[in-house]
Design a protein around this ligand. Structure first.
Ligand code: HBI
Ligand code: FE
Length: 268
C-alpha cells in the first residue's frame, strides 16, 4: 500500500502503536452505530444460509454477532480457545509488513470504525463490518486459520522477493473473493463476498462471471478490480486443498510467473 494511499485513509492512525494496533474502545460506539451494524448483519443473515460455505455458517453461530458491534476482547476469549487466533484492533488498512507479521503470529487485524449509513450498500475500504462479519468466523476453522498464518509468513517472504503484487492476487481470489465446491453447489468463503449485499448472490448464481478451478499460477497472474463485482472467481475443493496447494516454496513460482503476461480477469 503506497504512502499516498495511506495518507488518504479515513481511520485515525495518530494513536496507533508501532505494530499499527489501537484500542478498540468498545464503549465509545454510539447506539446508532450498533443499530447500523445490526442492519448490515440482518441484511446478510437473509443471504448466507443460501450462499455461504458450511464452515462459515457453523462458525457464525458461535459468534452471536447480531447484537451490534462486537467487543473484540469478548470474541478473543472464545476465538483463542478455538484455534489460538486473536483479533487485534487497527485504524484501517495497514502497511504490508505489520499486516503479514500479525497474520504470521495468528493475529487478525480488524478495523475499528463502521461505515456511514449512506455507505450501507458499498464501501471501498474495509470497515469493522467487512472485517468482522467477512473474515472472523472462518478463523474458527483450523485448516483455514492455519493457511492464513502460512499466508502471513509467505507475505513477509514475498516482500523480500518483491513479489507482493503476485501474492496479493492469491489473497484476493481466495481470502477476499474465494468460492468453494460443496455437494449443494458452489458457495462463498471470501470475506468480500460474505459481507456484500449484492455480490454474495451474484458470485454463486449469475451466469456472467467465470468460475475457474483453483490454479495457483493463473491466480498469481490474474489482475483484479476493487471497485466492481468480479469478472472471475476461483473455486477450491476444500480448505485442505487451499492449504496443500499453497504449501510449496513460492520462490521458483514467482520467478516463472514474473516473466509472464498479466491476465485480464474477464479474458476467456
Ligand atoms: N490491512 N487492515 C488491513 N487489512 C487487510 O486486509 C490488508 C491490510 N494491509 C495490506 C493488505 N491487506 C494487502 O495488501 C495484502 O494482503 C497483500
Ligand atoms: Fe478483507
Amino acid at each position: 500500500m503506497t504512502a499516498e494511499a495511506r495518507s488518504n485513509l479515513r481511520g485515525d492512525y495518530s494513536h496507533a502503536a508501532p505494530d499499527y494496533t489501537v484500542e478498540q474502545d468498545w464503549g465509545a460506539y454510539s447506539e446508532a452505530e450498533h443499530a447500523l451494524f445490526r442492519r448490515l448483519y440482518e441484511r446478510q443473515a437473509k443471504l448466507v444460509p443460501r450462499y455461504a460455505c458450511p464452515e462459515w455458517i457453523d462458525a457464525i453461530a458461535r459468534l452471536d454477532a447480531g447484537r451490534g458491534i462486537p467487543d473484540f476482547a469478548e470474541v478473543n476469549r472464545s476465538l483463542s480457545r478455538a484455534t489460538g487466533w486473536r483479533i487485534v484492533a487497527v485504524p484501517g488498512l495497514i502497511p504490508d509488513e505489520p499486516f503479514f507479521t500479525h497474520l504470521a503470529s495468528k493475529r487478525f487485524p480488524v478495523t475499528v470504525w463502521l461505515r456511514k449509513p449512506e455507505e450501507f450498500d458499498y464501501i471501498v475500504e474495509p470497515d469493522v463490518f467487512h472485517d468482522f462479519f467477512g473474515h472472523v468466523p472462518l478463523l474458527y476453522d483450523r485448516v483455514y486459520a492455519d493457511h492464513l498464518a502460512e499466508y502471513g509468513k509467505g507475505g513477509l517472504k514475498a516482500m523480500r522477493l518483491d513479489a507482493i503484487r503476485m501474492l496479493a492476487r492469491l489473497y484476493w481470489y481466495t481470502i477476499e473473493f474465494g468460492l468453494m465446491k460443496t455437494p449443494a453447489g458452489v458457495r462463498a468463503y471470501g470475506a468480500g463476498l460474505l459481507s456484500s449485499g449484492g455480490e454474495l448472490a451474484y458470485c454463486v448464481e449469475d451466469p456472467k462471471p467465470r468460475r475457474r478451478p483453483f490454479e495457483l499460477e493463473r491466480m498469481l497472474r490474474t489482475d483484479y478490480r476493487i471497485d466492481r463485482y468480479q469478472d472471475c472467481y476461483f473455486v477450491i475443493d476444500s480448505f485442505g486443498q487451499l492449504m496443500r496447494e499453497t504449501a510449496p516454496d513460492f520462490t521458483p513460482i514467482y520467478a516463472r510467473v514474473r516473466g509472464m503476461a498479466v491476465l485480464d480477469p474477464a479474458a476467456p
